[in-house]
Design a protein around this ligand. Structure first.
Ligand SMILES: *Cc1c(COP(=O)(O)O)cnc(C)c1O
Length: 433
């Protein structure tokens, strides 16, 4: 049996897939809120390429050759694995496959968008990129991408994570990224927050505002985002295109495809090329988006216009949202604690093309441990959500006898998140929150 399906470097996709061309109805545009022109701010803060891609409608967008080469040099295509030992352990007739984005040097799928974002910035003459990071995965990927493309990089890391995860800062420093605990003394907004509360632990909303402020005030600085926006989803579609080729080699048609969702980028990247087939009426695959019960955006949020950050610096986006002032409990899956969701995924969920489910924290760690014991890889806390749903589907197949093909996007490894596992073993981890 072929447990590992690999592609050659030359099989890295030559184009990104843009689902804007195939959505079942028109995607609502971002809006300014009353009294503020956030769309103008967006134009100042982002690269021109990012904004062009954000609103592009052509189905395929060519990947620049330099970006393809960097994808290859950083290890793409990533392998597809069959979780045969997990299947045996679960005693299921289902076949379980997982696409390994953990094999990226930074440990997750985030580099797929960090590389092109840094590439286009360099091409536009930008000298430095700024961003925020919560759990640290995006800041790590952008630091590496900036090193590869010879740009400076400044990361505002939410202070509570900065203190909890000193290894993340170390890695960003190794790649040349400059890391500040947010709120910081660097920006006007950070100073204002600190003046009001010197012990503030920070939030993604505050970190976004600090990183954006720098880009708004400096002509040679641009701001980048690692999820939520359409151009990030676009870049990530290299995952799903590779996966298509790999499943063809394995002679499989997926019945169920699963990914965890924070802002939506690994879900979009792995699944959009397959959702296209469903939109075209050519497949009946079920697409499951898994979120933490502590931050149930798709399952319990409202589909309405809301800000992307807590302070109203971004335009209003039509999306599923728990409200921009929602603060999720500090679950270990830091990458899934976002109040909103990618507008494209929100629309697809609203139209019934995606099945959202929630999972409790103890249950996902339990699933992650079950997986690690069979397959050897320790999943990131975010990724364990997808694994939990995959195991549930496989158990259903045991009960019905169906030989379904289940495909999980393995978004990242958890070797830098071992504290979460320790917390699980200590018995102190609360279940849902
Ligand atoms: C960032 C991250 C996520 C969540 O973000 P999405 O944009 O929803 O993919 C999930 N898994 C890992 C490993 C991450 O680093």
């Amino acid at each position: 049996m072929n447990y590992k399906i690999e592609l050659s470097s030359e099989e890295v996709p030559k184009k990104w897939y843009n689902i804007n061309a195939d959505l079942p109805c028109e995607l609502p545009m971002p809006k300014n809120s009353e009294g503020r022109n956030q769309i103008e701010d967006l134009q100042k803060a982002f690269t021109k390429a990012a904004l062009d891609q954000e609103f592009a409608t052509e189905r395929y967008i060519k990947i620049p050759q330099k970006v393809r080469e960097l994808y290859m040099q950083m290890g793409r295509p990533t392998p597809l694995f069959r979780a045969k030992r997990l299947e045996e352990k679960l005693n299921t007739p289902a076949k379980i496959y997982y696409k390994r984005e953990d094999t990226s040097p930074t440990g997750s799928h985030k580099l797929n968008s960090a590389i092109p974002q840094a590439y286009f910035a360099k091409k536009e003459g930008v000298e430095r990129l700024t961003t925020e990071t919560g759990a640290g995965q995006w800041g790590t990927a952008l630091s590496l991408a900036c090193s590869l493309l010879d740009l400076d990089c400044t990361v505002y890391m939410v202070k509570v994570s900065f203190n909890q995860k000193p290894d993340r800062k170390n890695i960003m420093n190794i790649y040349g990224g400059e890391v500040f605990a947010s709120p910081s003394e660097n920006t006007e907004f950070g100073r204002k927050v600190l003046a009001e509360n010197p012990d503030h632990v920070g939030s993604l909303g505050i970190a976004i505002s600090e990183a954006m402020e720098e880009a708004l005030n400096n002509d040679n600085v641009k701001y980048t985002l690692g999820s939520v926006l359409n151009h990030v989803m676009l870049h990530q579609t290299v995952i799903g295109q590779e996966l298509k080729t790999q499943l063809e080699i394995a002679n499989e048609e997926p019945d169920t495809m699963i990914a965890c969702v924070g802002g939506g980028s690994n879900f979009a990247g792995a699944l959009y090329p397959f959702i296209k087939d469903k939109l075209d009426g050519n497949s009946d695959t079920k697409f499951i988006a898994v979120e933490p019960s502590a931050c149930p955006t798709l399952t319990e949020g409202k589909y309405e216009y809301d800000f992307g950050d807590s302070n109203g610096f971004t335009p209003l986006l039509k999306m599923y949202t728990l409200g921009h002032d929602f603060v999720a409990p500090s679950v270990h899956a830091g990458g899934l604690r976002y109040h909103g969701m990618c507008p494209q995924i929100s629309l697809l969920a609203h139209e019934g093309y995606i099945n959202p489910v929630t999972a409790h924290q103890r249950d996902v760690f339990n699933a992650g441990i079950q997986f690690a014991k069979c397959e050897g890889i320790v999943p990131a806390p975010e990724t364990t959500h997808a694994i939990k749903a995959g195991i549930d589907e496989a158990i259903k197949c045991r009960q019905t006898g169906e030989e379904k093909t289940i495909v999980i996007n393995f978004s990242g490894h958890g070797m830098l998140d071992l504290k979460g596992y320790a917390n699980y073993f200590s018995g102190e981890m609360p279940n849902s929150k």
